[in-house]
Design a protein around this ligand. Sequence first.
Ligand code: AMP
Length: 214
Amino acid sequence: MILILLGPPGAGKGTQAKLLAAAFSIPHISTGDMFRDQKARGTELGKKVQAIMDSGGLVTDDITNSMVDERLARADVMSGCILDGYPRTVGQAEHLDRLLAKLGRGVDRVLSYEVSEEALVDRIGGRRSCPACGAVYHLTQNPPSRVGTCDKEGVALVQREDDKPEKVRNRMQEYAAKTAPLKGYYAGRGLVVELDGLGAPEAILAETRRRLGR
Ligand code: AMP
């Protein structure tokens, strides 16, 4: 099963993607995580995308598509995958369609998480993550046991550079202009499942499974 997770920054895609990947035993593919990993390791690609990511802009389709091509060529996606943060433009969606067609596959469902702007601002403002293991917390809704410290790694939590208020505005604009049209792109093919993105992660997962019938 190939699922695409769609929703604005802060809609909870990353959290749901991890839960869905565990529930269906298929890989979670997050282009944001892949780019952050490249940045952290200081690779050529990481250096190339650093400035654009930190500003809240989108990496070019060419760079993103080639990274995804490599990832989807790996054997572990045979049974499916959860695509989190990809595609993010109509160009990427068209590229993905061509790629999957070559592999004799297609997108099964597009999960669209609907969340009010007010909730998004709160979620992003309170989000903190572990620079070592990538675990994500929220200052009030999902705090670590020791303030500001990762439960697993014991290191200080950080705020993502692009979660800072001035960058968030840019990400929201990018989302509205380039990513939101994807809902119509997939709705035309009857693939979109709209979900309320507010609530306890486990409850949202249960509702998703009910709607998917599995
Ligand atoms: P995310 O963790 O999904 O919010 O992604 C963080 C950042 O990585 C984005 O703001 C973009 O700069 C970049 N990025 C992630 N996925 C994509 C994509 N599919 N297309 C372009 N840029 C992306």
